[in-house]
Ligand binder design. Structure first.
Ligand code: NAD
Length: 366
């Protein structure tokens, strides 16, 4: 198969679909790879790196799209890319179709075989191609939170670790999933005093086993959230209700009892956010202040660290990409239930329940 990757055209998207290391793997499996000129430059991969890995560099995006059997990307195609879609083309990328009717229609009409990273699902319900981005967001959330506590960034002037003889910062994490666990690991490492809340007692028991009395675990009742948030220098919102908006667990009324310049890192902002005043921000202006509390709520946190994010994403997506390239989509999805769940549009029909429900489309059972 001919595999292609193009430079992302979405504003501020610096990741790339294939690393040189992934290129090598595809070539090792007998495929050839086309890479648009400068596609990996913002993730720190030069054209020379791709050539050394065995890829051919192509100067025009259109030529990569037209000459490839499968395009491996990061973000969904934008309208400027719709013209490249065609019958039989395999598109393997994040799609988030339930939020994008125009793209759904474009993929159906063009009969592009479309596989979405975010709906590839393992037997235990986990989402292996979303997980690395939550790992990045959780770890980065802790670092950004510590940074915005600094006075020059408008923060309260608390050093996250304290020093001998001075209290460390108090941090609260709401949600002990992938984001929460990764934020916890960083904050414990930085020396903060951390409380983590979840409604899933199994997760709290697990964390209690791992960290013992170095952390405080609490059941996520509104009473416990209120007490923990009011007493915190840093709060990380990391709750997910699959398929629904994030619950507004952090009330504005709590802010008056917090130290001015305390920080809320609203990681769940991509699902609407965890506070009553949540609004999405971008990397160029990542924070806003409400009642003296700093809110960091970038919806695309992994974009700040594109090299790490690109490599982490490739680690998760390569396996399924190789299955498709080696076997063809039909045989690959017959062999792999997780991959079958990733197929959103097949032969011009919608095969993802969430997308069909969003736009009242008939469901193709694969
Ligand atoms: N801003 C970004 O760049 C970015 C990047 C990655 C992920 N995210 C978002 O971060 C959020 C968390 O993602 P994740 O991968 O950790 O999800 P996850 O499913 O691994 O974890 C979510 C956790 O929330 C818990 N939860 C549900 N209701 C709760 C409640 N009322 N109180 C406390 N905990 C509750 C669940 O039990 C689960 O442990 C999601 O909204 C995800 O989309 C944002």
């Amino acid at each position: 198969m001919i595999i292609g990757t193009v430079k992302e055209v979405k504003n501020n998207e610096f990741r790339v679909g294939l690393t040189p290391s992934s290129v090598k793997e595809y070539i090792h499996h007998g495929h050839s790879v086309l890479v648009e000129k400068n596609a990996g430059i913002n993730s720190g991969f030069s054209d020379e790196d791709y050539v050394l890995a065995g890829a051919t560099i192509i100067s025009k995006a259109k030529e990569v799209w037209d000459s490839s059997d499968m395009i491996v990307k990061v973000k969904e195609p934008l309208e400027s890319e719709f013209g490249y879609l065609r019958e039989g083309l395999l598109l393997y990328t994040y799609l988030h179709l339930a939020a994008n009717e125009a793209l759904t229609q474009a993929l159906i009409l063009s009969k592009t075989q479309s596989i979405a990273y975010e709906t590839i699902e393992l037997e235990d319900g986990s989402l292996p191609c979303l997980k690395p981005m939550s790992e990045v967001a959780g770890r980065l959330g802790a670092i950004e939170g510590a940074k915005y506590l600094e006075k020059p960034f408008g923060g309260s002037g608390v050093l996250i670790s304290g020093v001998p003889g001075v209290d460390q910062a108090k941090a609260t994490i709401i949600g002990a999933g992938v984001v929460g666990e990764n934020a916890l690991k960083m904050l414990v490492g930085l020396g903060a005093k951390v409380t983590i809340l979840d409604i899933n007692l199994k997760k709290l028991t697990y964390l209690d086993d791992i960290y013992g009395n170095r952390i405080q675990t609490l059941y996520s009742s509104s009473d416990n959230i209120e007490r923990a948030v009011k007493d915190s220098d840093l709060v990380i919102g990391a709750v997910l209700l699959p398929g629904a908006k994030a619950p507004k667990l952090i009330k504005r009324a709590y802010y008056k009892d917090m130290r001015p310049g305390s920080v809320i890192v609203d990681v769940a902002i991509d699902q609407g956010g965890s506070t009553e005043v949540s609004k999405a921000t971008y990397h160029d202006h990542p924070t806003y202040v409400v009642d003296g509390i700093i809110h960091y709520s970038v919806a695309n946190m992994p974009g700040a660290v594109p090299r790490t994010s690109t490599i982490a994403l490739n680690n998760a997506t390569l396996k399924y990409g190789l299955m498709i390239a080696d076997l063809g989509l039909y045989a690959a999805m017959s062999n792999s239930i997780p991959l079958r769940k990733g197929v959103n549009i097949y032969d011009g029909q919608c095969s993802c329940q969430g997308v069909c429900e969003a736009f009242d489309l008939p469901l193709l059972e694969l």
